[in-house]
Design a protein around this ligand. Structure first.
Ligand SMILES: *Cc1c(COP(=O)(O)O)cnc(C)c1O
Length: 590
């Protein structure tokens, strides 16, 4: 009873007056599935601990794969696969780990072949025996090429080696891999490879830096790609970084494209990113593409027809005022060309924590991280259906024991609301429309407020997040404007010692850092706000008030935001009324 009483201090995510972080009301099918499954407490680490929920986890992976346009027919190649994780963070780690494992597999395989005379000339890539390829070439095969290469190695070793020699060869390959040698040992043995890099936009979630620390690479290996004025990846800069990497012979483990940035909801141009990757192949460099769609993944349901096809942009546009822009449409259409993806069911899937997902376009990618990899040169294992092997899920994932209840929650939710425009898409359309309403309403509101404050929306929303900057009329100091923003936020924040029930609305905040803005854009923004030119300058990260623009941030994911009260005012109208009230209070105090 004390717990139940204490839980009243929790953040009321369920309320449409909560427009802060990426949390909202939950879908009942997922809640019910979660509760009833918890009583059986299945452990999806392996099927023998989860006879009823493990296959459902793999099915959820396939449901999400179809949502982004990947093939899931097990008789075809490639066939996708996916599984749940505790969240987007772990799914990103999984993405990096799998792509890294595949990246350096060819290097290890060639080294093992060089000391196995019976296999010389037997296994080839790009039309050449692999022992003849140099490490740089071997580290720049595509995901699909590496998967084919591994299958060839399996076949050739079965044909040319006796069972015992085959096991020995398998162990030799393993001993050459960086997973055995460690990164230091591996790169010492392969001095032609000048380390490695991940290319991710400046807007990437901090889980990517965490991943680089955790997986032993170190954050300095991150190649940060600049963003453009819309806070989307600047593909011209990506092209430069790819060229530079090819020139310096630094393999790129992956390019991270963000589908729905955490701070702004913006969408990286995945089509142009994939084209840049394809073009770079002419320079001898290959980079896989992992899409971090922890936030925006489910928005793909808006684009997906019931028959699984992609809906035309013109047909979609009839349902919105602005969405989807050509750039956003092209990005969703290009998802099918990526290699792997992170999607969070516990964000826009509206199911309880903890539920993230990792999905790959080609299920062959899983084999590089199987914990029993040393044995898979055993032909018997190869004959097995790959999805049967996945029943020992714990061998393929970063986690061990994992919740079958989270699986049930996602599975039942996807059954009740299929991942297409008629199911999930119908809910998510509301979130985009709420954002469009906010955008339009802000025009009038800004006019009405112009005697008191200057207001701008520095980033045109791509999806369902809105950020605002508010500057008191006549103020030219950046530091003061930021302090004013903070004072507004302090009336809409979650504070441990304040009663949340007394808040009219709860919002969140973020900042635009000078280092992430082109100088021209920074000047333009300051001019719009009436701030002294030159006030915004890049600085080493620190407690400065003038190296960033403080913004109120609103996640508009609650599907009930457009519900009107008895006076015909919806939650967005009421939020703007509230903000006006806070501004009047604060300016009076000033
Ligand atoms: C939320 C988010 C993550 C991290 O996901 P968790 O579920 O919080 O671990 C990663 N990337 C993006 C783009 C996100 O929005």
């Amino acid at each position: 009873m004390r717990l139940s009483a204490d839980l009243k201090r929790s953040v009321p995510f369920f309320s449409p007056r909560y427009v802060g972080h990426m949390a909202s009301d939950l879908l009942l099918p997922g809640v019910i599935a979660r509760i009833i499954t918890t009583l059986y407490n299945p452990n999806n680490v392996a099927e023998e601990a989860a006879p009823a929920t493990l296959d459902k986890e793999l099915e959820v992976g396939l449901q999400l794969a179809r949502m982004v346009g990947w093939a899931t027919d097990p008789s075809a190649t490639p066939c996708a696969y996916g599984h749940l994780t505790s969240g987007g963070t772990l799914a990103n780690y999984q993405g990096l780990r799998n792509l890294t494992a595949a990246k350096f597999y060819g290097v290890a395989l060639a080294a093992a072949v060089r000391s196995t005379p019976a296999l010389l000339g037997a296994i080839s890539a790009r039309g050449e025996a692999i022992e003849g390829l140099d490490d740089w070439a071997l580290a720049n095969l595509s995901v699909d090429e590496i998967i084919t290469l591994r299958a060839d190695a399996m076949r050739s070793s079965a044909a040319r080696l006796a069972p015992e020699a085959r096991a020995g060869f398998g162990a030799l390959v393993e001993s050459e891999r960086h997973e055995s040698l460690g990164l230091f040992g591996f790169f010492t043995r392969h001095p032609d490879l000048a380390g490695a890099r991940v290319l991710a936009p400046a807007t990437a979630h901090y889980s990517w830096s965490k991943a680089l620390k955790t997986l032993g690479w170190g954050v300095d290996m991150m190649g940060t790609v600049r963003t453009d004025r819309d806070m989307r990846m600047d593909v011209a800069h990506l092209r430069e970084l790819l060229e530079e990497s090819a020139h310096a012979r630094v393999p790129v483990l992956c390019i991270v494209g963000v589908l729905g940035t955490t701070e702004f909801g913006t969408i990286d141009p995945l089509g142009a990113i994939t084209d840049a990757r394809d073009d770079a192949r002419a320079l001898g460099i290959d980079a896989s593409i992992h899409v971090d769609a922890a936030w925006g993944g489910y928005l793909a349901t808006i684009f997906r027809a019931e028959d699984g096809g992609l809906i035309e942009r013109d047909a979609l546009r009839k349902r919105f005022h602005y969405f989807p822009s050509q750039e956003v449409y092209d990005a969703f259409a290009a998802l099918a060309r990526a290699d792997s993806i992170t999607i969070d069911p516990h964000k826009l899937g509206y199911i309880p924590y903890a539920a993230g997902a990792y999905v790959a376009r080609n299920r062959g990618l899983a084999e590089f991280v199987s914990h029993s990899a040393a044995y898979v040169f055993d032909a018997r294992d190869e004959e097995e259906d790959p999805s049967d092997r996945m029943r020992h899920l714990g061998e393929y994932v970063l986690e061990g024991s994992k919740s079958g209840a989270a699986t049930a929650s996602a599975y039942v939710t996807h059954k009740v609301l299929p991942l297409n425009e008629r199911g999930f898409g119908a809910i998510l359309r509301h979130t985009i429309r709420s954002c469009e309403y906010f955008y339009d309403a802000l025009g009038e509101w800004r006019e009405r407020m112009s005697d008191r404050v200057k207001v701008t929306m520095p980033i045109t929303p791509d999806t369902n997040l809105v950020c605002l900057v508010v500057n008191p009329a006549g103020n030219t100091s950046l530091a003061e404007m930021n302090a004013f923003g903070r004072s507004l936020f302090s009336q809409m924040s979650v504070e441990l010692d304040a009663s949340l029930q007394r808040r009219d609305f709860i919002a969140s905040y973020t900042s635009l850092f000078a280092e992430n803005l082109a100088p021209v854009r920074a000047q333009e923004l300051l001019a719009e706000l009436g701030i002294r030119p030159g006030a915004l300058a890049p600085r080493p990260r620190g407690p400065y008030e003038d190296d960033h623009v403080y913004m109120l941030r609103h996640t508009l994911m609650n599907p009930w935001l457009m519900q009107e009260n008895e006076r015909g005012r919806n939650y967005i109208d009421r939020y703007l009324d509230h903000l006006e009230h806070l501004i009047d209070d604060a300016t009076r105090r000033v």
